[in-house]
Design a protein around this ligand. Sequence first.
Ligand SMILES: Cc1cc2nc3c(=O)[nH]c(=O)nc-3n(C[C@H](O)[C@H](O)[C@H](O)COP(=O)(O)OP(=O)(O)OC[C@H]3O[C@@H](n4cnc5c(N)ncnc54)[C@H](O)[C@@H]3O)c2cc1C
Length: 397
Amino acid sequence: MNYDIVIVGGAMTGTTLALALSAFTNGKMKIAVLERQPVKQHQQSGFDARCIALSDGSCQKFAQIILPDGQNLWQKIQPFSTHIEQIHVSDKGHSGIVEFSAREFHLQQLGAVIELQQVGQILLQAVEQSDNIDYLCPVEIAHIERSQDGVKISLKNDRTLTAQLLIGADGTKSEVASAVNISQEMLHDYGQTAIIANVQTQQPHQNRAFERFTTEGPLALLPMKDNLISLVWCVRHADELLQADESTFLTRLQQQFGWRLGRFQRCGQRFAYPLTLSRAAQHVQARTVLIGNAAQTLHPIAGQGFNLGIRDVMTLANILSYAYLQQQEIGDDALLQQYENKRKADQKQMIQLTDGLLTIFANNLLPLQIGRNLGLMALAQSSMLRQYFAKPTLGWI
Ligand SMILES: Cc1cc2nc3c(=O)[nH]c(=O)nc-3n(C[C@H](O)[C@H](O)[C@H](O)COP(=O)(O)OP(=O)(O)OC[C@H]3O[C@@H](n4cnc5c(N)ncnc54)[C@H](O)[C@@H]3O)c2cc1C
């Protein structure tokens, strides 16, 4: 079967790219999305149990993708999301506290929290309604071969697909990257694991998100539907917390977070994610592009992984669809290079921001402790500084 583009990886980045390319070419581009995991059985990656925070800029990007039924993608997702009105940042054991509020930035929301499983269903339904997108799953790739004229992807069920361009949206240990000899560099192993769980609190969250830095690692609480909160707790020794009974786990969490939301009452199933910072040495190669987690995987401290990934998606979709409608060759090296050049600065800035925050807040050296408290106090005092700090993280790039 012949396609214009084959996307390997059918989760957040892969499906969003397929829908954006389809929308921007008025349903003309022929796209295949290959996914290894069966639908509704995603674990550890893809549409799994996680909740993630979308920046306001990412919500606006979803709104630019018009679906075959005339609605945009954000209109489909928004009813299932919880908006964030305020973000509260604190450092355990120190006085510095900063609050970012939507009102201050003249916004209705700073961002929104989505459940990946739920959004996965919305994205897959939209893909199903697009006649020009084939979502093939579960499938395994046997071989990838590139030539001057195109790409040939052989599947383990003996099926062969051909395309002008191959996109790797297949996450951290990208098979596409290794098939085309792009090395994945591990820039930092934080020695931390993120424990995620849904937690019920005594007091309503009032659409506030919390980020708290502790000596064990950062923890984030995101507002969810039904007045639940989604916990992302990054710790060094996860096993003990994963095995603890519910009441011990909640007591430990309470000790780290404090009482801003009253007593932590209940906690759902806990899941664990080891945390590293990794980046592909190149993001484009002959007839190949890597996007999302396949291009770079960040620590979730600042909640920027997919917010960065969707900017890869939209930049690539704009470049490719324009070329396609102009009847240019979409696998052309110069076009792919144009994409890489456009994305470099943003990717570098987000990697530095995330890694820098971790270094500053994970360190107990006295000058750094004083420095970060002064930093938080300065942020608390100055609206201009807060705007400067929030700009990249709100996704207005
Ligand atoms: C605890 C935690 C909290 C986070 N919180 C936030 C947040 O608040 N905000 C935010 O923006 N980001 C957040 N992130 C990051 C965000 O979840 C990811 O950036 C995003 O989900 C990555 O999507 P992806 O589609 O690029 O990759 P993945 O989710 O890794 O999906 C890759 C897909 O490719 C498939 N695949 C892999 N190999 C193959 C193959 N060979 N053939 C076919 N298919 C294949 C996989 O099955 C998977 O479905 C968080 C991450 C973690 C771990």
